[in-house]
Design a protein around this ligand. Sequence first.
Ligand SMILES: C[S@@+](CC[C@H](N)C(=O)[O-])C[C@H]1O[C@@H](n2cnc3c(N)ncnc32)[C@H](O)[C@@H]1O
Length: 415
Amino acid sequence: MSTKPTTTIRIDLDVKRRASEVFDEIGISMSAAINTFLKAVAREGTIPFDIMTERPKLNSKPGNATLNRAFIVKKDEFYTQYDDVAKEMVRHREQLKGKTILCNCDDPFESAFFRFFALHFDKLGLTRLISTCYDDSSIAGQEYPLEGVTGAYKAVVTEVPDEPLERPDGSLDLESLFAMPGNSLDHLVGDGDFRSDECIALLEEADIVATNPPFSLFREYITLLGRHEKDFIIVGNMNAATTKEVFPLFRDNKVWYGESIRSGDRKFHVPDSYPLNAASCGVDESGRRFIRVKGVRWFTNLETSMRHEPITLTRLYTPDEYPRYENYDAINVGRTQNIPVDYDGIMGVPITFLDKYSPDQFEIVMLANGNARTNVSSKILKKVRYRAHTEDRGGVGIINGRRVYARILIRRKSS
Ligand SMILES: C[S@@+](CC[C@H](N)C(=O)[O-])C[C@H]1O[C@@H](n2cnc3c(N)ncnc32)[C@H](O)[C@@H]1O
């Protein structure tokens, strides 16, 4: 019998339902999620996110909604490090040549994206660089070079000066850049929302979109890029890969991970108002606050050679080592590198499989998580011989009566 005490808590029904959807996608139970939260509070001696963060435009509601909103707002203001941008972009230099690059959800005066593309404009052979910022951003406008003017704006660069753009103190010589006849810096009519008509018009002009979009709107953002058939290289969290909007893109080879980030955590700059109350936060040599975030990946549809490298497999199948699910006609594989080399049926692998996935080696069939029953077509559910189990919460794999984590069901491609 468990020695852990049982606690009853009252939760708003709607909050419970929405939170359950998120936990199901991640593949953890409500109880595990609450335990994780309580452990973080115990470890850090405080609530591990800023419950006071509020922004006037957001119309926040009181209570739990405010708390959720505050958590989201904080994650929307993580600014990508220059090295992370540079390391990924150089891998796509051939694809960037001659292109119009759009960095929306950005800020030409704060963003590492604008900085990288402006500094390498000629070297990469870019045709145009467009950067827009959001009026609501807590750091946009702070470095604005035109006195007394703030708000949402767009920067367009079609040429760069012959003299170095970077000053000895590391700042960009924006006055010289925007004094060039082909370049401009203008206010947007609206607030710079990527969904606004004027931002969509800029999206239409772009060949490739490169940015780190707001965390809370990632699914909507990537869906919009798909609708406009854009090439993109954007920062996101691997949790997004399991959502009903993004997973089908991986399955259908319309998106994959970029090459440069496949493990560990990444450092992001955060606004000066960001509380430094978590172990993952700090202040760097330049005095800027940062946070380290796990599970960060580049999401792209720009071709990479890495995604065609097959996984080297050495294990052989045995029924003991690879148990079958009770609700799917598939075996469970605990770690990607343990995929048996000689098994041709359907296998359930962890979400981290996407880091190694080669579409030449495997076919992705579906995601077996708590939303499988609603998100997956009956044809595919039939193909994997899914049968509902009382414990499977909508489609999580069951072994010996217990739920496993969310699994990607894959099948080897015949060679
Ligand atoms: C994660 S930050 C990344 C900023 C920048 N791209 C970078 O990586 O350095 C996302 C940015 O999108 C902005 N943003 C939030 N909601 C937005 C929206 N609806 N439309 C456009 N930008 C938005 C935020 O204010 C923030 O500046």
